[in-house]
Design a protein. Structure first.
Length: 555
């Protein structure tokens, strides 16, 4: 029980929650916030780690970390809290003051270390072969000759394709001028020429392969043992990964145990790297093993933000969906957990706030915190309401989407052809959109452009991340309107339409580094997300007339 931490703060006047907060969408209970603040004081005052979090020395090597607390009660009624960090720090998963990992794969004498040693030995063998000067010389010569021969063959193929193109063209011209007998003869000649050319290419390739044969044999002399050790390393790595998965076993309040492989096989998804090493599974594992009753969970980011996903120092974040949700579904199966707070909210019935309507087009002012289209768990949406209100309407209806938390102008087509015509305007980027936003801070510039490529964070849907290799191009213009009480009101003009583009571009350190007020994914919760699609300009798909639609916002 040495990991149970006593509160330094007087908590006698704080309400004790009756249910654990829904881990993937929550505002921390006050008692969990107090525990988090105490842990943050500990991190600030104690020299706990050698790791550079970027609090005082924000250099390139600095990197923040997710920390978590779980308020618990023991069998005697005493209330305290547990602390955890995600992954490892200072190349170790075990540190005083924090709960241990579910499986300590970095311990000195376990299978992981032994596997690492074997893999390291094989890697040394690979490096011995690949660093051999004779191997390097033979490899370079082989690759150079292979490249030359491929270019020669490619050149011959182009010549043959050009000849065939000329023959096909001549055939089309002669086809109408000659009789059937001559036409058949011409076809036979063309077929024979094709066979001759294919034979030539095959023979030429054999000839070139013969020329390269001596250097290829020398190259294979080194490659055969290299392939064997590479294959051996691959098998060892796969075996080590399987052993790691087998070492992770999670319990729930009834001490029912499930392995990592069993958990993810039931969810029919691959096991993500690092699954089981996040804060929440560690905290609940320790609590259930030691007969502690969970009361409240909170996780926060400590230190320098990531370059990809948005993480702000001291901000609270939910448990990740990709790694943690399958695990926690088992661990909390016998624990009283609150319902998803969005479920009831998104199931509320609303009346459409219609801005404009004619025979083919409908424009509404979408409310905040309401789905544009139905989700996997929630049917209620703008799409379902429109479908019910206009049962004879055809096509997909929704021309473009607004994020659930965003309010404002939304186009809806009553006919399939109208939907297609409007979507073409979006694809051609002839639709002009203007958003009104309020940011939680002051910007250095009053106007500018943000270009950061975005892709979905697969382990944390629906959140997005910046990725310069695989991300889709995303561009936003901005113009400041006013600054008041350390808040910035501005216009945002999205040139592209990526998911969460405006929220990411404002919050990300490489963007404006100032989140939108009320952004529960990339900033801090408030009464609502202060982002509103205020204006949209497009051409009417029937009349061709330029039309502008606007809607007032409520912040």
């Amino acid at each position: 029980m040495d990991k149970l931490i006593d509160f330094k703060t007087n908590i006698s006047n704080l309400e004790i929650p009756k249910t654990i907060n829904y881990p993937y969408n929550y505002t921390p209970y006050k008692i969990a916030q107090v525990a988090s603040e105490e842990l943050q004081c500990y991190l600030e005052s104690e020299i706990v780690f050698k790791h550079n979090f970027g609090i005082k020395n924000n250099n390139e090597n600095a990197l923040g970390k997710m920390f978590g607390v779980l308020v618990v009660q023991n069998s005697k009624g005493k209330i305290g809290y547990l602390a955890a960090f995600s992954g490892k720090i200072d190349n170790s998963q075990v540190h005083n003051y924090f709960v241990p990992p579910v499986s300590n794969i970095l311990s000195d004498y376990n299978f992981y270390r032994k596997s690492e040693d074997k893999i390291s030995d094989i890697t040394n063998q690979i490096e011995t072969i690949t660093n051999n000067p004779e191997y390097i010389k033979v490899k370079a010569e082989f690759e150079n000759l292979t490249n030359i021969h491929e270019q020669i063959l490619a050149s011959e193929k182009i010549k043959i394709q050009q000849k065939r193109q000329i023959r096909r063209s001549n055939y089309k011209k002669k086809k109408q001028l000659i009789d059937r007998k001559e036409l058949k003869k011409l076809q036979q000649e063309m077929n024979q020429q094709k066979l001759n050319e294919d034979f030539f290419l095959n023979e030429y390739k054999i000839y070139l392969d013969q020329k390269i044969k001596p250097i290829k044999e020398a190259y294979d002399f080194y490659n055969q043992p290299l392939d064997k050790v590479l294959s051996k390393r691959k098998k060892l790595s796969a075996k080590a990964q399987e052993d790691i998965f087998d070492s992770y076993n999670f319990i729930n309040a009834k001490k029912e145990e499930k392995s990592l492989k069993d958990i993810f096989s039931q969810h029919k998804t691959n096991i993500p790297a690092g699954a089981g090493d996040c804060c929440a599974p560690k905290l609940f594992q320790y609590a259930f093993k030691n007969n502690l009753s969970p009361i409240a969970l909170a996780e926060f980011w400590w230190g320098k933000p990531l370059k990809t996903s948005i993480r702000k120092h001291k901000n609270y974040y939910p448990a990740c969906v990709g790694k943690c949700k399958p695990i926690l579904s088992h661990m909390l199966s016998n624990t009283n957990v609150s319902n998803n707070p969005l479920t009831n909210k998104l199931s509320m019935k609303i009346d459409l706030d219609i801005i404009y309507e004619d025979d083919v087009l409908l424009v509404i002012n979408k409310p905040e915190e309401f789905l544009t289209v139905s989700g996997t768990e929630i049917e209620n949406s703008i799409h379902s309401i429109v479908r019910q209100k206009y049962p004879t309407a055809t096509g997909p209806l929704i021309v473009h989407r607004l994020d659930m938390s965003t309010s404002g102008v939304l186009l809806i087509a009553k006919e399939k052809s109208i939907h297609k015509a409007l979507q073409e305007q979006f694809i051609n980027r002839s639709v002009k959109k203007r958003y009104l936003a309020e940011l939680d801070g002051i910007l250095e510039k009053n106007e500018g452009t943000i270009s950061l490529p975005l892709k979905v964070d697969f382990h944390n849907r629906p959140q997005q991340m910046v990725c310069f290799k695989q991300g889709k191009n995303a561009t936003t213009h901005f113009k400041v309107l006013s600054v008041k009480n350390n808040k910035t009101r501005l216009y945002l003009y999205p040139i592209t339409g990526r998911t969460h583009q405006l929220r990411m571009h404002t919050a990300h350190p490489l963007g404006l580094n100032t989140p939108i007020i009320g952004d529960d994914l990339y900033g801090k919760r408030a009464n609502r997300l202060h982002l509103h699609a205020e204006s949209l300009t497009c051409k009417h798909p029937v009349t061709g007339k330029t039309m502008n639609f606007s809607a007032p916002c409520n912040f």
